[in-house]
Design a protein around this ligand. Structure first.
Ligand SMILES: [Zn+2]
Ligand SMILES: [Zn+2]
Length: 122
């Protein structure tokens, strides 16, 4: 009986610890979300990087099409309503195109590994 009681007590305590952890995680995630939402206001452009070098900067407030020469040929970027995506990329795996539209402040990242290209917001 006594041991049964202590098992019940410890499992209740475990639930409280797990509940506490979930709450902390929720607060941390909410903080990250809020942070990226606030930072969205400061973002003005995207940077196309070849390895660590910025090879092109594109103003996100201006809609337009851009063509960039890359290792395997061309990469096209479309900017529309402060969002962007890549298309017609000369890339063997097309993972970069599958990312789709990235909005300002989004944590989505367009990466084209075969061309060593990363597009980041700045
Ligand atoms: Zn082209
Ligand atoms: Zn690619």
């Amino acid at each position: 009986m006594a041991s049964n009681n202590s098992v019940k007590k410890s499992s209740k305590k475990d639930y409280m610890i797990i509940g506490g952890l979930i709450l902390i995680l929720a607060i941390v995630f909410a903080g990250i979300r809020l942070n990226s939402y606030l930072n969205a206001d400061k973002i003005t452009k995207i940077e196309v990087r070849l390895k660590d070098e910025v090879i092109k900067e594109i103003d996100l407030s201006v809609d337009g099409d851009y063509e960039i020469e890359v290792e395997h040929g061309h990469l096209h970027i479309r900017v529309e309503n402060e969002a962007y995506y890549v298309y017609d990329v000369d890339c063997p795996d097309k993972i970069c195109e599958s990312v789709g539209i990235v909005k300002k402040g989004s944590e989505k990242l367009i990466v084209c590994l075969p061309n060593n290209i990363v597009i980041v917001q700045a």
